[in-house]
Design a protein around this ligand. Sequence first.
Ligand SMILES: Cc1cc2nc3c(=O)[nH]c(=O)nc-3n(C[C@H](O)[C@H](O)[C@H](O)COP(=O)(O)OP(=O)(O)OC[C@H]3O[C@@H](n4cnc5c(N)ncnc54)[C@H](O)[C@@H]3O)c2cc1C
Length: 436
Amino acid sequence: MKRRDFINHLGASALGLAAIQEAFADGTILSNAPIQIPTNTGVSGRVVVVGGGMAGTTAAKFLRLWGGTGVEVTLVEPNAVYYSNIFSNMVLTGDRTLSQITFNYNTLVSKYGVKLETSAVTNIDPIGKNVRLSNGKTLAYDRMILAPGIDFDPLPLSGTADNQAKILHAWKAGAQTTALKAQIQSMTKNDTFILTIPPKPYRCPPGPYERACVVADYLKRVKGGGKVIILDANSGIQAQPTNFTNAFNNTHKGIITYVPGATINSIDANTGTVNTAVGSFNGKVINAIPTHKAGNLITQSGIGLANAGGGRWAGVNVLSYESTAVPNVHIIGDASSTTQPKAGHIANAEAKVCVDAIIKLFRGETVNQAPITNSSCFTPITKTTASWLSVVFRYDPATATMLPTGKGVVESNGASKDFHEDMLKWFDNLMSDTFA
Ligand SMILES: Cc1cc2nc3c(=O)[nH]c(=O)nc-3n(C[C@H](O)[C@H](O)[C@H](O)COP(=O)(O)OP(=O)(O)OC[C@H]3O[C@@H](n4cnc5c(N)ncnc54)[C@H](O)[C@@H]3O)c2cc1C
């Protein structure tokens, strides 16, 4: 694929246009016209969207944009702002500031008429079809979308409470991102950074390898050297294997050591020792990413939503993202169990398929039986170069899952400055499609 074609493809991807064009085969809703909430769609209903991250924010916006003013949308999110995980690795190395990856919900409210509750959902009543919020309010819904992202299993830590508190994941951007950045900045060229990767599924398959690369690049450029040890609980590199193998063996040769099969047994926070199935490793900074599960709202709902992956994830019908356990409740983004990666770009695409389905269901129509989603992930390899992967998924009726189409997962031919420029545009497109 030529670079220009790829950018065009990505522009469409970030806007979800390829998916939308397929999803809206009748073409009635799709438009590139200036944004205006339609008033005459004939659709009405109340939707509560829980979680203002990549998935939930996109859903809230597009419910209004495509459903019109008859669709009453309330977004429930406890935080006033959203720190993007995407690009947060670049905050660790000082190439971006936290404020450059901070987004708010002002446009959602002012431009699209979404109602915002800055609060958390604490209880779901699927019979009464309402949710209780931590601010004491109760919201009734006709359909609900849950997008609470992920939570973690506890790490097997020992050591003083102070030292344990220094073991960060920074896998939810925000305060931990700033704290891990300070730890990295305190390193010298004689120090070692240990990054542990949990068993799949985890959010952003290339994300940990990307982090290892940008930290290695930072140590080399700014500190004149250092070591990065990647302890991967998986048997091999989970995304862009060719590009990352090349980055570890060539671009960051002598700095990065990649260790597969490194299931963690224990971490001694006092000595900085990580004990794994393949040996013990010592570092000054331990960046341990714990094993993931769906957001606590799902696993602790008490209504059976976590019915996939051994009770860790939410099973959904990928034609509508409706829960396979609880009717009228849809689950999108990282919390759901599908064959698609846990990533922000795909969360944005899933949200649109879900919104389209809810609007059709409000109309009494059958949901689209052939949805398409897509995901692109750019990964900085150094301060000035990046690589990417891209994949398009199509619904497979035989397995009732989303399967990669065409060439499957396509990896860029190495890392380059051009791809780094494309990455900046991709991010702006994706984030404005979600928040603006
Ligand atoms: C370092 C890193 C790099 C990444 N890079 C990329 C990338 O390049 N490309 C890409 O596509 N993806 C990337 N990702 C992955 C991406 O960030 C996630 O997949 C994406 O954020 C998932 O969206 P989500 O809406 O499911 O969850 P989130 O974005 O985490 O949003 C969940 C929201 O739900 C809210 N919430 C939780 N519980 C409740 C409750 N009870 N009530 C109300 N609200 C609640 C939370 O406050 C949060 O705002 C990266 C991730 C990391 C960590």
